[in-house]
Structure formats: C-alpha cells, structure tokens
Design a protein around this ligand. Structure first.
Ligand code: NAP
Length: 243
C-alpha cells in the first residue's frame, strides 16, 4: 500500500522541505497551511505523487477535529503525523514582553502541539502503527536569552514527546522530535548578516542549517529504519547549542 504522511505547517520553510523529501520517496502528501499558501509545493509534488491540502489553525480545536476526520477517512493508512508549525517573535527580555505575545506563543507552539498530538493519537491508536514527529529547538534544551517563552514552549515539547512516547508505545505508535539550531526559513529572516556570521562562528560544522537538513532527519524518524526509536529529541544544529 502506498504510504501517506500528514504534514501540518507545510507552508513554512521546514514543513515545505519535509513534504518535498517524502514526495521524492513517493509518499502521498497531506499538507496544511494557515495564513500563507503552499509555496509551489503542489506543482513539485505532481512529478512524484499526490498532494491534498487543507487550511488548519492549530489554535482552533474544532478545525483540527474536522481536518483530522477528513484526512483519516480518505487515507486508510497514515505513516506519520508531523507537526511543523510554530512561531517566534522578535527577541525581548521577558520583563518587557506583553501578555498578548506570551499567550500567542504558548497557544501556537505548545497548546497547538498538544491538541494535534491528542487528535493524532485517537486515529493512530486504531491503526496500531505510525508515528508522531514534533519540532522542538536547541532552545528547548539549552534555553535562549530574550526568547524565554519560546524556549519554554520547546522545553515542554521535549517533555510532551517523551511522555507521549510512553503512552503510545502500547499501541505501537512512536513519538519523536527534532531540535534544530538555526535554519534558514521565514522564521530566521530577521537576523542580520552580522548575526548570521556570529551564528556560523558558534556552529562547529561552520555553516547555517537548511530546511532539508531537518527534513532528512524527520524522514528517517518516520521510516522503518527508526522502528526501535521512540521518545527521542534529535538535535540538528551542526553541533551548536545557541544562535
Ligand atoms: P516558518 O517558515 O515561519 O513556518 C511556520 C509554520 O507554522 C507555517 O506553516 C505557518 O503557517 C505555521 N503556523 C503558524 N501559526 C499557525 C497556526 N495558528 N495554525 C497553523 N499553522 C500555523 O518557520 P520554520 O522555520 O519552518 O519553523 C517550523 C518549526 O521549526 C517551528 O516549530 C519552529 O519553532 C521550529 N524551529 C525552527 C528553527 C529555525 O531556525 N527556522 C529553529 C528551531 C526550531 P502559515 O505560514 O500558513 O501561516
């Protein structure tokens, strides 16, 4: 049977690369976007496979429920549910941060991931196979000055991943995360050239990360080669622990 992956946040830099990586391997792709359309992903995927798209807001539980219902009704078998959504806001000391921004980051990065995981578990537990993959960050382990709330959500993603790995193991579903360092996407566009030089200097592998660096690890985690891996947070940062 042809395998399908469900990529949430496919309109983002990492989500887009994840879809392309799986499309090349002939997986069917189910992809979601929110404010921005998919970036010529549909024409790219046509060459290899099918792509079905949905608009989805991770803060809207009803929206999540109805999209999951449609996706799992139309696809007999989902190999992996991959959450590539997330936001970061311009760096600020926590003391200067607004309630509105704090809530926004927590709602999208953490509550969104919890809602998506709960919905994924409902369906994957019936399949008795598959995996959930989250995106954390090096900040989830090491913390990041002026990104305290973002870092807190990513630390919580690590704990969520490890907890759900234990809950899901009995129905043969694996739960893992990747923790990127700097990756060149819309999220990191705000860094200046000088800041990028500093990031490279702080990266032992001496270069900036690209979305497909992360996508390749996600593809591995979703594959049979990772069938004995669950509860792991794999760092994809060129050895860097800050940026
Ligand atoms: P990005 O290009 O800005 O993409 C973010 C994605 O999140 C987009 O698809 C966006 O959808 C989606 N999104 C935002 N709010 C949403 C909502 N309320 N409901 C549904 N989707 C929503 O960022 P990225 O770099 O690919 O980031 C992907 C993940 O990697 C995030 O979790 C991020 O924290 C993590 N990460 C990134 C880096 C990095 O350096 N880039 C480093 C560490 C971790 P629309 O665009 O359609 O609105």
């Amino acid at each position: 049977m042809k395998k399908t992956v469900f990529v949430i946040g496919a309109s983002g830099g990492i989500g887009d690369a994840v879809c392309r990586e799986f499309a090349k391997e002939n997986y069917n792709i189910v992809a979601t976007y929110f404010n921005n359309e998919l970036n010529n992903l549909e024409s790219y995927c046509k060459e290899f496979t099918t792509l079905t798209k949905f608009k989805l807001d991770v803060c809207d539980m009803q929206n999540i429920k109805s999209v999951f219902e449609k996706v799992f009704k139309d696809n007999l078998y989902i190999e992996s549910v991959i959450n590539c959504t997330g936001i970061s806001l311009p760096e600020k000391l926590l003391i200067d941060e607004t309630n509105e921004n704090i809530d926004k980051i927590i709602d999208i990065n953490l509550k969104g991931a919890i809602y998506l995981s709960r919905e994924a578990m409902k369906y994957l537990s019936k399949q008795k196979h598959g995996s959930i993959i989250n995106i954390s960050s090096i900040y989830g382990k090491y913390g990041g000055s002026c990104e305290a709330v973002y870092s807190a959500t990513k630390g919580a993603i690590n704990a969520l991943t490890k907890s759900l790995a234990q809950e899901c193991a009995s129905f043969n579903v694996r739960v893992n995360a990747v923790a990127p360092g700097y990756i060149a996407t819309n999220m990191t566009k705000r860094y200046s050239e000088n800041e990028k030089k500093d990031i490279i200097a702080a990266t032992p592998l001496n270069r900036l990360g690209q979305p497909d660096d992360v996508a390749k690890v996600i593809k591995f985690l979703a594959s049979e080669s990772a069938s004995f891996i669950t509860g792991e947070v794999i760092q994809v940062s060129g050895g860097a622990d800050k940026y």
